[in-house]
Design a protein around this ligand. Structure first.
Ligand SMILES: Cc1cc2nc3c(=O)[nH]c(=O)nc-3n(C[C@H](O)[C@H](O)[C@H](O)COP(=O)(O)OP(=O)(O)OC[C@H]3O[C@@H](n4cnc5c(N)ncnc54)[C@H](O)[C@@H]3O)c2cc1C
Length: 402
C-alpha cells in the first residue's frame, strides 16, 4: 500500500524519491521497481505529453542495454518493436542537394545494440506500470536534511515528501543541482530551431532519396544548414502495444520528418511557433525545392527553439542522501547523440548500486560514492567529446550559472 503523504510503498523500507519523469528518472524508477525498491517520482509536467526537446532519439549500445536491464522484458521488446527504421547512409550535400560526401551506415539489428525511438513513445513506455509511483504536476522547489538522516523535498504546491535518498533527474536547469552544487556552470553553446513535417500519402514521391532514411546535413552559405531525420516506426505503435503490452495505450505515431537548422538570429529565441516557422522558410530561400517544401509543409505549431548547452565538470559533492543523474549534472550538446544514452547508463548504474543498499549488502554512503565517481568520470568524458563534433556551429553566448 502506498502512503499518499510520502509516496512510500512500505513506511519502513528504503525509499527513493526521484525529481523528474524524463528518460533517466523513469528508467531508474522502472529498475528500482523491478528490484522491489520503494520509489516515488515527482514531475512538474501535468502529463506525459510532448515537451520541446526534439522528436527522435538515437539509442546506442549503452542506452539500449540500460533499458534492457531496467525494464520488464515485454516493455523492452515494445521499445524495439516501435523503434524507428534505421538510416542506411550518411550524406552531406550543398543547399542544392548536390552530394559532397556519402558513406553507407552499417545495418544494426535493433535490440541491445541500439535503435532509434520516438521520444514520446519511449516516455509512454517508460511510464507503463508506474501508476501510483509517478506524481505529475509536482514542481520541486528545494530540499532539507532531516535530523533522522532522511531528506525532505518541498514542492511548489506546498506539499512535501520524505525519502532515504533524493535523486535529481530534473534535466538541464535542475533545481536539485542548484541547491546541491551551487557553483556548477552550464555554458550556452548555440540555438537551433526544430520542426516536424508529417509523411502524408505521396510525400515520399517528392522527397529526394538523399533525404530519406539518411543521416544528412545540407550545408548552405553563411552558416546556414539543414538536417532531416526520417521517423517511421517499424511496426504501428498501437499494434505493437496490443501484441506485447495489452492494455497499454500509446499515442499513435504516423511517420514524420524531424528537421533542424541553426538559429542564427538571436531575436528569434523567444519567438512563437508561427514566427519561427516563417523564419525557417526564409532561411532556405533559393535552396533546393524539396528542402523548401519540407519546411513549408511542416506542422507549424510543432516548431520550437532549443538552446544547446554544455555543463562544465564539477568536483564530487558532499551530501549523505542527495544525488544527480542525466542532464541534471552533465548536460551536453546533442550533436553526437549521447545525452539520453548517458542518462540511461546513469539510471542503470544507480539502480544496481541501490539494489545492493536495499539488500543490506552495502551502506548507502558507499554505494552513492561509487555511483557518483563513475558517473562523473564517464559523464564528463562524454560532455568533452560532445564539444568536438564536425560541423558544429561555433560556440556563442556565455556561461550561465546553473
Ligand atoms: C533537440 C535535442 C535532440 C536530442 N537528441 C538526442 C539523441 O538523439 N540521442 C541522445 O542520446 N540524446 C539526445 N538528446 C539529449 C537528451 O534529450 C537528454 O540528454 C535526455 O533527455 C536527458 O534525460 P534526463 O532524464 O536527464 O532529462 P530530461 O529528459 O530533460 O527530463 C527531466 C525531467 O525533469 C522534469 N523537471 C524539471 N524541473 C523539474 C522540477 N523543478 N520539478 C519536477 N520536475 C522537473 C522535466 O519536466 C523533465 O520531465 C537531445 C536533446 C535535444 C535538446
Amino acid at each position: 500500500m502506498t502512503d499518499p503523504s510520502t509516496g512510500r510503498s512500505n513506511s519502513n523500507a528504503f525509499h527513493v524519491l526521484i525529481i523528474g519523469a524524463g528518460i533517466g528518472g523513469l528508467c531508474l524508477a522502472q529498475g528500482l521497481t523491478r528490484s522491489g525498491i520503494s520509489v516515488a517520482v515527482y514531475e512538474r509536467d501535468t502529463s506525459a505529453e510532448f515537451r520541446d526537446q526534439g522528436y527522435r532519439i538515437g539509442l546506442k549500445e549503452a542506452g539500449a542495454q540500460a533499458l534492457h536491464h531496467c525494464l520488464p522484458p515485454h516493455l523492452f521488446d515494445l521499445c524495439v518493436a516501435t523503434s524507428i527504421r534505421q538510416a542506411t547512409r550518411m550524406v552531406f550535400t550543398d543547399e542544392q542537394l548536390t552530394p559532397k560526401f556519402a558513406k553507407p551506415v552499417p545495418p544494426v539489428e535493433p535490440g541491445q545494440a541500439g535503435f532509434g525511438v520516438n521520444r514520446l513513445t519511449l516516455r509512454e513506455i517508460l511510464l507503463a506500470g508506474l501508476d501510483g509511483v509517478v506524481h505529475f504536476g509536482k514542481t520541486f522547489r528545494h530540499y532539507e536534511q532531516l535530523a533522522d538522516g532522511r531528506v525532505l523535498a518541498h514542492f511548489a504546491d506546498g506539499t512535501s515528501a520524505t525519502a532515504d535518498l533524493l535523486v535529481g533527474a530534473d534535466g538541464t536547469n535542475s533545481a536539485v543541482r542548484r541547491q546541491l552544487v551551487p557553483d556548477a556552470v552550464v555554458d550556452e553553446l548555440h540555438w537551433a530551431v526544430y520542426g516536424r513535417t508529417p509523411i502524408a500519402d505521396g510525400t515520399l514521391d517528392w522527397v529526394p532519396d538523399v533525404l530519406v532514411d539518411t543521416f544528412n546535413r545540407v550545408i548552405g552559405p553563411a552558416g546556414a544548414a539543414f538536417a532531416v531525420a526520417t521517423c517511421r516506426p517499424r511496426e504501428p505503435v498501437a499494434a505493437a502495444a496490443a501484441r506485447l503490452a495489452p492494455g497499454l495505450r500509446l499515442t499513435d505515431q504516423p511517420g514524420y520528418f524531424s528537421w533542424t537548422m541553426p538559429l542564427l538570429d538571436d531575436s528569434l529565441r523567444t519567438a512563437d511557433a508561427a514566427t519561427l516557422h516563417q523564419a525557417a522558410r526564409a532561411m532556405v530561400d533559393g535552396w533546393h525545392p524539396a528542402v523548401r517544401r519540407l519546411i513549408a509543409e511542416a506542422d507549424v505549431a510543432a516548431t520550437f527553439p532549443v538552446c544547446i548547452t554544455s555543463a562544465r565538470p564539477v568536483p564530487p559533492w558532499d551530501s549523505a542522501n542527495t544525488t544527480l543523474l542525466g542532464d541534471a549534472i552533465h548536460t551536453m550538446s546533442p550533436g553526437r547523440g549521447e545525452g539520453a544514452n548517458i542518462a540511461l547508463k546513469d539510471a542503470r548504474l544507480l539502480r544496481d548500486a541501490l539494489t545492493e543498499v536495499a539488500a543490506g549488502r552495502v551502506p548507502l554512503s558507499q554505494a552513492k560514492q561509487h555511483y557518483e565517481a563513475e558517473m562523473l568520470r564517464y559523464g564528463f568524458e562524454a560532455v568533452a567529446a560532445s564539444l568536438h563534433q564536425p560541423f558544429a556551429p561555433a560556440a556563442r553566448g556565455g556561461a550561465k550559472p546553473a
